[in-house]
Structure formats: C-alpha cells, structure tokens
Design a protein around this ligand. Structure first.
Ligand code: MTE
Ligand code: MO
Length: 530
C-alpha cells in the first residue's frame, strides 16, 4: 500500500507542481506584456529573447530555418521559446512546491535571462528595456511562492485514508489561488496588448493619411511585351501582398510617420543633416521598377520580387551633404544604414553614387510602403542583395569605411560586398509535374539587376541548349520573363535553364551555397511527361 500511496503522492505532486509552474510563467508573461505595453512593446520578453536568439543564430542555421520554415520561421521560433519556457516552468513548479524559496529564486534567475536578452538587442534603448522581463520575473516568482504556500499541506495531516489526503496537499487552497492568479494574469496580458496596440494606432493613422506626391521623374511605362501571357508564370509586377519578406523583426516595427526622421552623418559629411518625412516628400521624387533579391534565395527559390518604387534619389542627398564617392576622393567607402530596430546594412558608397537609381523609397506599387516592407522609408540600391542595401524602417545613414565597421550580417559571416548574381528560374512546369506529351510551355523569370538579361536558354536532358523567347526588357534593374515551347516526348525529363547578362557573362554552372554572397548554379526541374 505504501507503494501505491507514494505513487499517488508523486503524481499529485507533479500535477500540482506543473500547474503552479505554468501559472507562474503565465503570470510572468502577462505582467511583462503589461509593462512592455506601457514602456516599449518591442521589449516584451518573447520578442527580446527571440531577437537575441536570431542575433546569435549562425548563418548556416538561419539558412536552414529559412529553407525549412520559409516565412513561418519566426512563428516556429516563438513557439519554440514558449515550449521551452513551459518545460522549465514545470520543473521550477515542482521544485517550488517543496522548496518555495528555491522555486521562486529559479523563476527570478530565469527572468534575468530575458532582461539580459533585452539589453543585448541592437535596438535596446537602455536599462528600461530590461524592465518588462524583470517585472514579469518578480510577478512570476511571487505567484509560485503564493501558490506553493496555498497548496502546502495543512498542519493537521489527513490520515492515510487514500482519499484526498494521499498527498496531503491542500488542493482547495491551491485551486482558489490558481483561479485568482489566472484571472489576474489574463487581465494584465490583455491590458498590455491594448496599450501596445494603441501605440501602433498612431503609426497606422499616419500611413492611412499619407498622400504620395507625383514623381518628378515617372517610371517609363512597362513595354507591352514585358508581360507574357503564360499561365503560372511569375507576374512581371509582384503585388505587395505577395512580395517576399525577409527580416529579423519578430514584431513588425510600427513607425509613426509624423515623428520619424532621418539623419545623415559621418565621414565627408560637412554638417550632420536631419530630414522629416515631409521634407523628403517635398523633394523631386523618382519612380522606378526595381527587382529586389535576398542573398538567402536558393537557386530556383522564392525570395525575389519586382515592384514599382517611389522615392528620393539617395545620391542627391549625399551630394548635398558634401559626400563624394571614393573614385572622386571621398573619405567614406561604406554607407551604413540603420533602422529603428537596430538593424545595420552596409552598401558601397561608389555604387550608391554611380548614377544608378539608389533611393530612399516611400511608395511601393502606388501605395505607401506596407509596414512589413519598411514604412515610412526604406533604402534600395538596384543590383545589390537586400542585406547590403535595402534597409527597412531606416532612420540613420552613416558614412564610414569597410575597414572601420562591419554591419549586422557581415558580423555573421556574410560577405561585405554582394552584387546580385545572374539567375534564371523555371516557374512552369512545376517540379515533378505531369504535363501531357506535345507542346509544353516552359517559362519563368531571369534577373541580373543593373546588368540586364540578354539571353535565356533551355536544355532538356542532355540535348543542346535552345534559345528561349525573351519578353521585352523593362529596364536593366528588373527581371525579365521568358518562355520556351518544348515538344515533349513521354517519359521522365530534366529541364535546365541558364541566363546571360548584359555584360555577356553566361550564368555559371558552379554551385554555391547562399552563404557568404549568394547561391549560384542552374535551376532544373524534373517532370514526368505522360
Ligand atoms: N530593418 C531591416 N531591414 C532589412 C532587413 C532586416 O532584417 N531589417 N532585411 C534585409 C534583407 S536580408 C532583405 S532581402 C530585404 C527584404 O526586403 P522585403 O522584406 O521588403 O522583401 O530587406 C532588407 N532590409
Ligand atoms: Mo536578404
């Protein structure tokens, strides 16, 4: 009997401990959310711990995450953090039930991790960022202590009757305390959400009331022949809702356009300048079609999109600030763009000032930038991968040198300089598709931003390369659609594509991984013709 009784006691202890621990964690998160909502939504514990994990993720693992989870990688990370937190809480709860002080101390210790993570984030604004995690930890520790006290066996031990007294825990006391705690934690969390949403509402209103000026230099009309009518091909212009998104932001920054400003400073700048959004919008704007690509895009991958951007020419602003490119004796060879969330991206000053349409964009496909794509202002440099040019939520431009400063991704093993590599992608037929024998339309897009695409060829199995039909070129900064009428015989076939850029260079067949400066090799698709 003693065996059964002690088994029951263990079971009961584990269940109580787990509940106490989970409730303590729930309270900690609720209170942290409330404090973050009041102080700074971006300093919430899950956001800062997740951010700190992202900051420390090696390039290869980040690449794996993007490959495996795609744009859900952030959700997976957050779920992982919550699951880990739950696991630790269950342990701390079991400990706290027997040793209240030790359990509470464990929760406090755990809170320090969150507080420390907050302070190491690149966008940390000071000690205040540790406050949500610290407050949450104190609340969690108190909760565990109170719950353990409430559950403590009463002085008069129930006889070993096997009924409620098997473990001796005061279940009624525990349940009452647990109910009160759960209600309080939920209210704190809800109130916190309310406050952080309210902070975002100013930003949403500022975006809704923003009227984009007409460009002084409109984009040349897209030639009619640039858009092929092939079912399944990537549309020439990528709608905003379909445009890929790659960034480290667990919570999309909601910047209020009314209080936003941009600073330009550093080497060769005669006097630090600050611009408000209205000041930028009052300048002559350019409108351009530019295809953006992520360095993490695998051969044949989805992280590429083409949009019509409206913005301020960046070179003009730099020239006004006294900046000269290195080729004209300028002291700075690297332009470091900083975002409100502390991201840093470095572009060659030479590229930004060589006459290409580098811009501070405010509009994307006829509307203000969506929040996820950098509202109110982001940078774009045609021809460079996003991580060395396309700073979203930009707020600071610093002129420096490549020797003096390594931006965020360069500190994580990615290359300092990264022009976009020539790539062609097959959109149709889909991999492992089963087209019917006869004429099959092979089609896709090819890009070599700022060099342009002059030729696309298709090869079936080991047959000779055949020229694909190229859609009309919009500009050298945009991708180009292509198609090829293939007379398909039944059986399994591998279709491969390669592009030639405006300099005459044929896309290399040498395979390279995305790290450190972009994937290379040729896209092929296997199909089974029936
Ligand atoms: N602030 C900020 N800007 C950023 C990033 C980021 O993580 N944070 N990621 C860069 C990368 S790697 C790419 S490929 C582009 C993607 O822009 P998009 O999300 O609008 O497609 O944004 C760039 N700008
Ligand atoms: Mo990227």
């Amino acid at each position: 009997m003693a065996g059964v009784s002690s088994f029951r006691s263990t079971l009961s202890h584990t269940a109580l401990g787990a509940s106490a621990g989970l409730l303590a964690a729930f309270t900690a998160l609720g209170v942290a959310e409330l404090v973050a909502g009041l102080v700074r939504p971006a300093a919430g514990p899950v956001t800062v711990v997740g951010g700190a994990v992202i900051d420390r993720t090696p390039a290869a693992v980040k690449d794996f995450a993007i490959r495996t989870f795609g744009e859900n990688d952030k959700t997976v990370l957050q779920l992982g953090i919550v699951a880990f937190l739950a696991l630790v809480s269950v342990g701390l709860g079991a400990l706290g039930l027997r040793h209240r002080r030790a359990g509470a101390a464990g929760v406090l210790l755990f809170g320090i991790v969150g507080a420390a993570a907050a302070l190491t984030r690149p966008d940390s604004t000071g000690l205040g960022d540790a406050f949500p995690s610290a407050a949450g930890a104190v609340a969690g520790a108190l909760t565990l202590y109170v719950l353990a006290s409430a559950a403590a066996p009463s002085a008069v031990r129930a006889p070993e009757s096997g009924e409620s007294g098997a473990s001796g825990w005061n279940r009624r006391g525990f349940l009452t305390a647990a109910g009160v705690t759960a209600a309080a934690a939920t209210s704190a969390g809800a109130l916190g959400r309310y406050f952080s949403d309210r902070q975002g509402r100013g930003a949403v209103a500022s975006r809704e009331s923003l009227v984009l000026p007409r460009p002084a230099s409109p984009a040349p009309p897209v030639p009619a022949g640039a858009r092929l009518k092939v079912p399944g091909i990537s549309p020439f212009t990528t709608p905003n809702r379909d445009f890929y998104r790659v960034d480290t932001a667990l919570a999309v920054p909601k910047v209020d356009a009314g209080t936003w400003h941009l600073r330009i400073r550093g080497r060769g700048v005669t006097r630090t300048r600050t611009y408000t959004l209205d000041q930028l919008l009052a300048r002559p704007l350019i409108e351009r079609d530019i295809t953006l690509t992520c360095v993490s895009n695998e051969v044949g991958g989805p992280y590429v999109g083409n949009a019509r951007w409206l913005g301020v020419p960046l070179a003009d602003l730099l020239r006004e600030a006294g900046v000269r490119p290195p080729s004209r004796g300028g002291a700075a060879d690297q332009l470091v763009a900083r975002s409100v969330d502390g991201m840093t991206l470095g572009s060659p000053v030479e590229d930004v000032m060589d006459g290409r349409d580098a811009m501070l964009a405010v509009g994307m496909n006829g509307e203000p930038l969506p929040f996820a794509h950098g509202f109110p202002v982001r940078m774009l440099v045609p021809g460079l991968y996003g991580y060395v040019s396309a700073c979203k939520w930009i707020t600071d431009v610093e002129l420096t040198t490549f020797d003096a400063y390594d931006p965020y991704w360069v500190k994580r093993k990615w290359a300092r300089r990264a022009p976009i590599k020539t790539q062609a992608r097959i959109d149709t037929p889909k991999p492992f598709g089963r087209p019917a024998a006869g004429v099959v339309t092979v089609s896709g897009v090819a890009w070599a931003q700022h060099r342009g695409i002059t030729r696309v060829e298709v090869r079936v199995d080991d047959e000779p390369w055949q020229d694909a039909d190229l859609a009309a070129q919009d500009t050298v900064d945009t991708w180009r659609q292509w198609s090829y009428r293939w007379n398909a015989a039944p059986g399994g076939h591998t279709i491969t594509v390669r592009a030639t850029d405006g300099t005459g260079q044929v896309q290399t067949e040498n395979r390279a991984r995305t790290v450190p400066d972009g994937a290379s090799g040729r896209h092929s698709v296997f199909v089974n013709v029936s």
